[in-house]
Design a protein around this ligand. Structure first.
Ligand code: ATP
Ligand code: MG
Length: 332
């Protein structure tokens, strides 16, 4: 089976609707056809300040949400990034073939660092895309299912793989991003032209996978719309309503047109109520299952350890090859 790799940062207690719709749903559907590696990327999360005890808990919670959403740890390799040392080691090697200017063109760094200022921004946040390239290339991944915010990082990964291959000989598979057209970007409910994010400055527009259903419903009822009053998709002129329609269609598995028809001539209130019901019925079971898994952290840790060993085996082989090709003297 062809290899597939993807990951999420344990940067919040819960994943948000964009992670679920833009990434997890694809992962779940693809896991049987691919040799899939799904990582909880804690080394990425520490590129911004994290409380150590809280980070450990968020890491478990993220893993639990993968499983609760349908990722099967017996089929897919579901592990914690820092458990596999090769990620950090390959990232160092790749950083030596990454141009400073090239790294400096990454827009996610610009967006995130502009919030902190130069001195509060870590060098780790700057080299984040290089670590991500290491994640993907270690497993010789062919496909990388992500939201469209990660497209530029996967393109950098392709460039680095090609550069390494041409400089040192064929070593890495050059990966391809898989980005779902309709759901590539879910927007913030209060600010429907910016991406919904775990680390948004305000969580008023963020729908959390593990949130209390009543709270999620309230957020939907307060979501920004427009004054036109008709439920139809028009990204340019009706970003709020279009985003709600995207979420509705993705979670219900229905066609957008059938939803537009259902709410034709009715107000946004009805539409939002309908969407809130869809969210509660889709997120509810995931939340319950995640909480069950979190009630037995020792078992969860065991599953993660078994899977880290599977990941280690693949990653170590790639890394040994890389060390040889670069000319690092073998320790005898
Ligand atoms: P953070 O704010 O900490 O960066 P995040 O919400 O952006 O968190 P990540 O862990 O960075 O989440 O990304 C995990 C995956 O979810 C990636 O594949 C990313 O492309 C995808 N993703 C994140 N936000 C969205 C979104 N709003 N719509 C669609 N996909 C998304
Ligand atoms: Mg992100």
């Amino acid at each position: 089976k062809p290899r597939l790799y993807s990951g999420m940062q344990p940067s919040a207690d819960s994943l948000q609707a964009g992670n679920y719709i833009g990434a997890l749903l694809q992962w779940r559907d693809m896991q049987s056809s691919y040799d899939a590696f799904f990582s909880v990327v804690d080394l990425h999360a520490i590129t911004v300040a994290q409380d150590p005890a809280v980070l450990r808990e968020k890491t478990r919670r993220t893993a639990a949400q993968y499983i609760a959403a349908g990722i099967e740890p017996s089929k897919s390799t579901l592990y914690v990034q820092s458990h596999v040392r090769a990620h950090a080691e390959l990232a160092w090697i790749l950083s030596t073939i990454t141009g400073f200017g090239e790294a400096n063109r990454m827009t996610q760094f610009k967006d995130k660092s502009s919030r902190f200022g130069a001195d509060a921004t870590s060098v780790g946040l700057f080299t984040y895309p290089v670590l991500m390239a290491a994640d993907i290339l270690l497993y010789q991944s062919e496909l990388v299912p992500v939201g469209d915010d990660q497209k530029q990082h996967v393109e950098l990964t392709r460039d680095l793989a090609e550069r390494f291959n041409s400089r040192f000989g064929e070593t890495f598979t050059v990966p391809t991003p898989v980005i779902q057209k309709e759901t590539a970007r879910i927007y913030d409910l209060q600010n429907p032209t910016s991406k919904m994010s775990k680390s948004a400055e305000s969580d008023a527009g963020v729908l959390w996978l593990l949130d209390d259903p009543a709270k999620s419903a309230k957020k939907i009822m307060r979501a920004v719309t427009d004054t036109e009053g008709s439920v139809r998709f028009d990204r340019e002129n009706k970003p709020g309503v279009s985003n709600l329609l995207t979420i509705y269609a993705a979670l219900s598995g229905r066609q957008m047109e059938s939803i537009e028809d259902e709410y034709a001539g009715r107000g946004y209130g009805d539409f939002k109520k309908g969407l809130a019901e869809v969210i509660v019925s889709e997120f509810g079971p995931v939340r319950d299952r995640a909480n069950e898994l979190l009630a037995d952290p020792a078992e969860l840790d065991r599953v993660l350890a078994t899977n880290a060993a599977k990941a280690d085996a693949v990653a170590d082989a790639t890394l040994a090859d890389v060390y040889d090709r670069v000319g690092l003297l073998r320790r005898v």
